[in-house]
Design a protein around this ligand. Structure first.
Ligand SMILES: NC(=O)c1ccc[n+]([C@@H]2O[C@H](COP(=O)([O-])OP(=O)(O)OC[C@H]3O[C@@H](n4cnc5c(N)ncnc54)[C@H](OP(=O)(O)O)[C@@H]3O)[C@@H](O)[C@H]2O)c1
Length: 481
């Protein structure tokens, strides 16, 4: 029960002690010398025809002293730009071999590894192969999951097994922050990358070299980042995740071996923006980075209890007309932020949300943002219950407490009750008395509902629906697939 009272999405209980995951900064590595690669050894790069693979191959030769690269991808030398890359690096004095090899095909990969000459043995492996096939959980068929797991799970395991007896100085896995944070629409990709993170731990536990780099977004738009829609990028930057320049990414790659960790998350996190991020609240995983005190979920109902309290105060001091304008502006402002419009003024108050371009993810984000700003518990179905900014602002006005005779709303009172319960006395007698009062109140409320013949079945269904069911419902309502 204590665990359920927190707002932590994940907890581990070990030997009776509850642990919550938190990201932490790596100790500063300033001044630490990045070691050169053995010029006599061979470096294997998978996914070398990709955007990051290509940038990395150049970097290994120009900055890290690599002289022999074995570059692979399924298309190998046939891939666009592969021949030019080989020519460019050869010009710089490196020996480049391309191999067309699906790294998930163990026999093919074993042949490629066996082709490395004994006088230039394999000394480093960098696994940068990967594919995307994004979709909501319901749409992920076994084939779509297998397709994305293949270049990460099968290929990485093959590399691990086929090189475990070689004397490697580095075994680097290109993973993604999607595995750590769980990006919407990337369930298969998140799982695939989490496997890489676990494999790095597994190898280090066996005394083998390994680091999994769970990259945040790279700026270079040619690779996987290119598949992100503008709305996705804006959603990520609202979450305070920017993009790494190639120079930053490659510098982080260089120092990753010095940090001494199996898993690192090299990402352009904007800590200042994260601190300032008030309405959406800070993800529990990131709280250690900004030292935000952990809020008791029951006290705040989310991250915005302070803002909600000051909003109530501001509304109380306004005339009815001012309040109307303020709430409409609040709704239009949040709609503009979520959909990437310039400002609240760009949003037509009478326009249907559906026409403005909402999908299920943005609908839930709007609900969350308005919930945090107002302190109200708003339904996931908010934008089709109140289909225009005007209607939604009216709804907020009806629900929010204000000072002109309407009296406090029941929901505002419930929030206050919830906050009081969170800090109620700890002795068992008081707790029992509170429990009895609450049960009696609930029984009275249920009797009144039964008498009114209102079973509220739809609401119950929504309460118990999973996130995916809610997204489906929203997609149906919005007419999108
Ligand atoms: N770009 C980013 O912002 C970003 C962020 C986080 C993590 N990452 C990770 O960084 C890595 C590189 O990303 P990227 O943006 O450079 O992607 P990309 O441009 O799409 O390149 C992916 C590469 O993987 C190869 N590949 C796919 N399946 C393969 C298989 N079974 N065996 C061998 N090669 C295979 C592809 O070539 P073929 O089609 O010829 O096989 C291609 O060379 C990926 O692992 C990705 O998960 C990237």
């Amino acid at each position: 029960m204590a665990a359920l009272r927190t707002d932590e999405p994940q907890l581990a209980v070990r030997a009776g002690v509850v642990h919550a995951p938190r990201l932490a900064r790596v100790a500063a590595l300033d001044g630490a010398a990045v070691p050169s690669l053995d010029p006599a050894g061979t470096v294997l790069v998978t996914g070398a025809s990709g955007t990051l693979g290509g940038a990395l191959a150049r970097h290994l030769v120009t900055e890290r002293g690599a002289r022999r690269l074995l570059l692979t991808s399924r298309r190998g030398a046939e891939a666009a730009g592969a021949a030019e890359l080989a020519a460019e690096l050869t010009e710089l004095g490196a020996e480049i071999h391309w191999a067309a090899c699906d790294a998930a095909d163990r026999t093919a990969l074993a042949e490629v590894i066996a082709s490395v000459p004994a006088d230039h043995p394999l000394t480093a492996v960098i696994h940068a192969a990967g594919v995307l096939d994004d979709g909501t959980i319901e749409s992920l068929t076994p084939e779509r999951v297998a397709h994305v797991l293949r270049p990460k799970v099968d290929a990485a395991w093959n590399l691990h097994e086929l090189t475990r007896d070689l004397d490697l100085s580095a075994f680097v896995l290109f993973s993604s922050a999607a595995g750590v944070f769980g990006n919407p629409g990337q369930g298969n990709y998140a799982a695939a990358n989490t496997f890489l993170d676990a494999l790095a731990q597994h190898r280090r536990a066996q005394g083998l070299p390994a680091v999994s780099l769970a990259w945040g977004l790279w700026e270079d738009e040619g690779g996987m980042a290119a598949t992100l829609a503008t709305a996705d990028r804006q959603r990520m930057s609202r979450g305070s995740m920017g993009a790494l320049s190639n120079a930053e990414g490659l510098a982080l790659f260089d120092v990753s071996g010095l940090a001494g960790h199996a898993v690192l998350i090299p990402a352009a996190l904007d800590i200042a923006a994260l601190r300032a991020q008030s309405t959406a609240g800070v993800a529990p995983l990131l709280r250690g980075l900004i030292r935000t005190p952990v809020r008791r979920a029951a006290a705040g109902g989310g991250g915005g209890a302070d803002e909600a309290a000051s909003l109530a105060q501001r509304l109380a001091g306004m005339s009815a007309a001012e309040r109307d304008r303020f709430l409409l502006n609040l709704v239009c402002g949040q709609v503009a932020t979520v959909l990437g419009y310039g400002s609240a003024a760009a949003i037509e108050p009478g326009a249907a949300f559906k026409e403005l371009g909402f999908d299920s993810l943005t609908a839930v984000e709007l609900r969350n943002r308005l919930g945090a700003a107002t302190g109200l518990r708003l339904p996931a179905t908010l934008i089709f219950d109140y289909p225009t900014p005007d209607a939604l602002a009216d709804h907020l006005r009806a629900e929010l407490p204000h000072g002109d005779g309407g009296g406090p709303s029941v929901f505002g009172e419930l929030d206050r009750l919830e906050a009081a319960l969170a800090v109620a006395a700890d002795d068992s007698v008081t707790r029992s008395r509170i429990t009895m009062r609450l049960q009696a109140l609930l029984a009275k409320w249920n009797d009144a509902q039964d008498a009114a013949g209102d079973g509220g079945t739809d609401d119950h269904d929504l309460q118990s629906a999973t996130d995916d069911e809610l997204f489906d419902l929203l997609d149906d309502e919005l007419g999108s697939s």
